[in-house]
Ligand binder design. Sequence first.
Ligand SMILES: Nc1nc2c(ncn2[C@@H]2O[C@H](COP(=O)(O)OP(=O)(O)OP(=O)(O)O)[C@@H](O)[C@H]2O)c(=O)[nH]1
Ligand SMILES: [Mg+2]
Length: 450
Amino acid sequence: MGARDTICALASGPLPSAIAVVRISGPAVYEIGALFLASGLPPARRGTLTKLIDRDGQLVDEGIVLFAPAPNSYTGEDTLELFLHGGPAVVAHALDVLTSLPEVRLAEPGEFTRRAFEAGKLNLTQAEGVADLIEAETLAQKGQALRQLAGGLSETYARWRDELMGLLALVEVMIDFPDEGDVDSNAASPVHAKVSQLMTEVEAALGDGGIGERIRDGFRIAIIGEPNVGKSTLLNQLAGREAAIVTARPGTTRDVIEIRRVLGGHVVWIADTAGLRETEDEIEAEGIRRARMTAEDADLCLMVIDASDMSPNPTPSPLYPAYPYAPPKGIIVANKRDLADRNNLPRYDYLIGANDGYGIAQLEAGLAYRISALAGSVEAPVITRARHREKLTRGLAALASAKTALEADLGFELVAEDLRLAIREMQGIIGEIGVEDVLGAVFSRFCIGK
Ligand SMILES: Nc1nc2c(ncn2[C@@H]2O[C@H](COP(=O)(O)OP(=O)(O)OP(=O)(O)O)[C@@H](O)[C@H]2O)c(=O)[nH]1
Ligand SMILES: [Mg+2]
């Protein structure tokens, strides 16, 4: 294997900024120090004011330089960080100078963290924690990302993997020495008990209601109801802008329109949908199909009805009942209270006027409360990404198959094979078996310079 490229990138935010951090990692750091730092590489890990010069000795900028020799750096390689003035021309000039060396190139997204992963500084779950921490907008997201980065999540997966490996060793002994010790059915029983126990644990993690993923990706609220009841008007109220088109014509909204908010300390996606009714129109029918899917997927569903429309009753069509969801998911929002007869109101959880904003603050407070209750319903979720859930689900299937093999006395070879499969899935989550496309998918979503 030849020497690796040395990578460099702007690691701080958009320019101009007070300070710009340019990060460099790889073997060319020494050459860069000798060529481009007026006083050479500074002592390790000590911030040193230095001039950055180009090949002709022209000043690029002057700033603090931090040198971290391998292996005690983020990437495990020799790294250099330049704290420059945050002007676009400064940074462009500095990157030009650095990449003028043939072995230095600009970093790809997430490449620094990928190198840290390859150097064994982080496992894959922790690397995902780094990405999540950078993207975290709410304290809950930040807390979850920090826990993931600190290794809290990988510990659980690693423990399951270790226990499975111990179990596999036991089963392999039984394959190798079938006549020693107890007969099969007795010998199988501790294995069976352990498999069952692990299954219970994995099932519990999978049965978390997807809360970890929701904290990370956002909770989902759907607004549904018949045409013209004011769903889009409500969405615009919640968005604080004209996100959706509002007209007096029923059937205005065709597609799902989503807005993002922070409610109760959590990121929430609120979706406006097409009004539910029977229709011949192909486009509207597709919109209605999407509306129902959106509602199915949602954590909370705002079922909007027209408070002024008491006739014939709020359930005009058996195909599209006004209240498809029960509490706690379903929330009945009666709109157009300005037109309603106060003495003759339908059943509702919230009474609003989407046009004039009446009751919106109460509705928002109620939603915030329900979202925080949902988020708090699972303490420290284990699963934070669909990728983890997929692997755990497959691991659980392998365990179930091992259990069946044990119960049907199909032989320890089959059990061993299932255990190996389950181990592979656990290893896949923490990246011990580095399948290239998985790694590519994980790291390409990072920002450049991380
Ligand atoms: N009087 C009154 N009119 C309202 C209120 N909220 C909405 N409207 C009106 O009701 C009509 C329909 O509003 P939209 O928000 O487009 O209704 P929608 O449910 O999104 O309708 P579709 O997209 O067709 O399903 C518009 O003319 C709104 O101005 C309200 O609180 N009071
Ligand atoms: Mg609409």
